[in-house]
Design a protein around this ligand. Structure first.
Ligand code: FES
Ligand code: FES
Length: 184
């Protein structure tokens, strides 16, 4: 079947199988930041934004996305111009293996778009559907707070040294991911 949608600002016209999952169709088209974890709507690794709202792409049929707007992490920032939330995750040390990170970043974006200055409780609730096996969540909470501060200052990270470090770390992570044939 034919599917027309917008992914990261780009109009897409795809041929898909009627029962294909959004997760699989995105990955087949190169959006490999969208991860398959549980495949059951529990881990949040497959998080994308659909019309700005956080959704688990493993629970959505691609065919339901006709005319919709999808955002993946590839649409948020690049190596040269990472989004303030991406920089904040690296600066806080909230990225270890990186498998959960795209979903965490997108869940954070959805939260901060609606609630620019969330409480800790609101952050915990918003990220409740995103599991991380590595970080223990404290650094992720720190990353959301750094994101709040950075976005308040127009996306400028307040700490220049941290900014440089974040840039380097993202480059290293992307380099490793490229060698592994995947995108964190
Ligand atoms: S892969 Fe979709 S929630 Fe785990
Ligand atoms: S950083 Fe490894 S799962 Fe979260």
């Amino acid at each position: 079947m034919k599917l027309e949608l917008t992914v990261n600002g780009k109009p897409c016209h795809w041929d898909i199988e009627p029962g294909a999952l959004l997760l699989d169709v995105l990955r087949e088209h190169g959006y490999t930041s969208v991860k398959r974890g549980c495949g059951e709507g529990v881990c949040g690794a497959c998080t994308v934004l659909v019309d700005g709202k956080r959704q688990n792409s493993c629970l959505l049929l691609a065919g339901q996305m006709q005319g919709r707007t999808i955002t993946t992490v590839e649409g948020l920032g690049t190596i040269d111009h990472p989004h303030p939330i991406q920089k904040a995750f690296v600066a806080a040390g909230a990225v270890q293996c990186g498998f959960c990170t795209p979903g965490m970043v997108l869940a954070t974006k959805a939260l901060l778009d609606e609630t620019p200055e969330p409480t800790d409780e609101e952050i915990r609730r918003a990220l409740d559907g995103n599991l991380c096996r590595c970080t223990g969540y404290v650094k992720i909470l720190d990353a959301v707070h750094i994101s709040v501060d950075a976005l308040k200052t127009g996306g400028q990270h307040p700490d220049q040294a941290g900014r440089h470090k974040a840039h380097q770390a993202i480059e290293e992570a992307m380099d490793q991911a490229t060698k592994a044939g995947d995108t964190p």
